[in-house]
Design a protein around this ligand. Structure first.
Ligand SMILES: [Zn+2]
Ligand SMILES: [Zn+2]
Ligand SMILES: [Zn+2]
Length: 455
């Protein structure tokens, strides 16, 4: 007979506990979260007028006198079930901005909408996949004596892909400073789109908000060369936002022209540094903007929402372009299991981060993400619903929202008492997560069949 592991024995101990059913209920409510947070306390809900107790919940009757809640980490490497939930919320959030739903009117699908991809510029030639990599007939060399061509057909998994042909020619300070200013470059891009739209309608720029409103949701993705690029859904509404029709001049073609013009024109100048000089940063010349059409031509809205949602579960570490945790010392960089290219980017962050002129960029604090400090998903206020609203919605569905309302007052006392699972608990939680994932897959397949209809 197989030897029982420590986790197996612990799982058996848990299953024999008289309160196991309730414990399993808690784990199921967290979706099988890998690192649940344990809380102790109570909530009393009273009628605001009479003071009568409508509902009382106390952890004293719970197993271990505590309640476990989700860790809510969005990263798949940290907690798979919570990252799936977060990706699902992102999908609904992006989808609602495209097709309506969750308080957003369905009419948004008739609005001019684009799926935009903006890239980083080149900081020097890197190895790439596809046909032969940078073929050169003359066999020239750079000033460091390295060949300027490659000629190999690289497999996508080849570690050379994304690495520079010559690390000494590659502009590492520009790459890191571009990351550090990518958020500002985006903000200026959005202002530029508004400005171009206003001038195409012969409006003074200051009057744009009286006529139209631009909304967006964007995600950042690390490419093979460890530079971030941006995918965004951009939508044009009337001045009041999603409930309002855009003006007659606000067509998808005008929006497309404005996006392209702004992406090609906006610049951010870096603070002068004696070591680096002053850099003029801009987007890469590859700008992709595809109309999302209500008539079903062009990329499907559902596919775009799923595509955007996929990226929020990935951080720099999943793409090999950084680590999960902040670096605390120069020596940390040497011990990271990353490519020389990524390590050189981290060292550049560390080095430039020590210069007083770059102090506001906090390059050392963001060395683990190569200087990029934007959130993975950013959206404008009027784009659609919020993560908080989606979470509240879910709590209502589970019945946690019962007995709360405008005429009630809640008295809550909670404290953190710990986190994580015992070895056996982790085993059971993983099983719960797997079951829930399977159920979801079956439900999804059923929806697909219903949507396609009988053939
Ligand atoms: Zn979790
Ligand atoms: Zn190559
Ligand atoms: Zn060189």
């Amino acid at each position: 007979m197989r030897q029982l592991s420590e986790a197996d024995r612990d799982a058996i101990r848990l299953a024999q506990d008289p309160q196991f059913a309730r414990w399993l209920g808690q784990i199921t409510a967290t979706g099988g979260c890998a690192h649940p947070v344990h809380l102790s306390g109570s909530t009393t809900t009273r009628d605001a007028l009479t003071g009568e107790i409508l509902h009382h919940y106390d952890t004293r009757r719970e197993p271990g006198e505590r309640l476990s809640v989700r860790c809510r980490n969005r990263r798949a490497t940290v907690c798979a079930p919570c990252s799936r939930l977060h990706a699902g919320d992102t999908f609904h959030l992006v989808r609602a901005g495209l097709l309506g739903g969750k308080t957003v009117p369905a009419a948004v699908c008739e609005r001019p909408r684009l799926f935009v991809t903006l890239t980083a510029p080149s900081f020097g030639p890197v190895h790439r996949t596809g046909d032969r990599c940078r073929p050169r007939r003359d066999g020239g060399a750079c000033e460091h004596g390295r060949p300027v061509g490659c000629g190999t057909v690289h497999a996508p998994a080849d570690r050379l892909v994304g690495q520079p042909l010559c690390a000494d020619c590659y502009d590492y300070p520009a790459h890191v400073l571009w990351h550090a200013h990518a958020g500002k470059l985006w903000d200026r891009f959005v202002i530029g789109v508004r400005r171009h739209l206003a001038s195409s309608a012969s409006l003074p720029q200051s009057r744009f908000p009286d006529h139209a409103r631009l909304s967006f949701a964007r995600v950042a993705e690390y490419q093979k060369r460890a530079a971030v690029h941006v995918h965004a859904v951009v939508r044009l509404d009337g001045p009041a936002g999603p409930d309002d029709e855009p003006p007659a001049w606000g067509t998808v073609d005008r929006l497309n022209d404005a996006v392209r013009a702004s992406a090609h024109r906006v610049v951010v100048r870096t603070t002068y540094s004696p070591a680096v000089g002053e850099l003029t940063l801009r987007w890469g010349s590859q700008v992709d903007a595809r109309p999302l059409r209500a008539d079903g031509h062009g990329p499907d809205d559902e596919a775009v929402a799923a595509y955007v949602a996929k990226y929020v579960t990935k951080g720099a570490s999943e793409t090999g372009a950084g680590t999960d945790h902040r670096l605390t010392a120069w020596q940390d960089i040497d011990s990271t299991p990353l490519t020389d290219h990524v390590r050189t980017l981290m060292r550049t962050c560390w080095r430039l981060g020590g210069l007083p002129e770059y102090a506001p960029l906090r390059l050392r604090a963001w060395a683990h993400t190569l200087g990029y400090r934007g959130h993975i998903l950013t959206k404008s206020r009027a784009y659609s619903t919020t993560y908080a609203a989606l979470r509240a919605d879910r709590a209502e569905h589970r019945g946690h929202g019962e007995a709360s309302g405008p005429d009630t007052v809640a008295d809550a006392h909670w404290r953190y008492v710990g986190s994580g699972h015992t070895p056996g608990g982790a085993l059971i939680a993983a099983g719960v997560a797997a079951d829930l994932a399977l159920n979801r897959e079956i439900a999804l397949e059923e929806t697909r069949v219903v949507r396609r209809g009988p053939r």
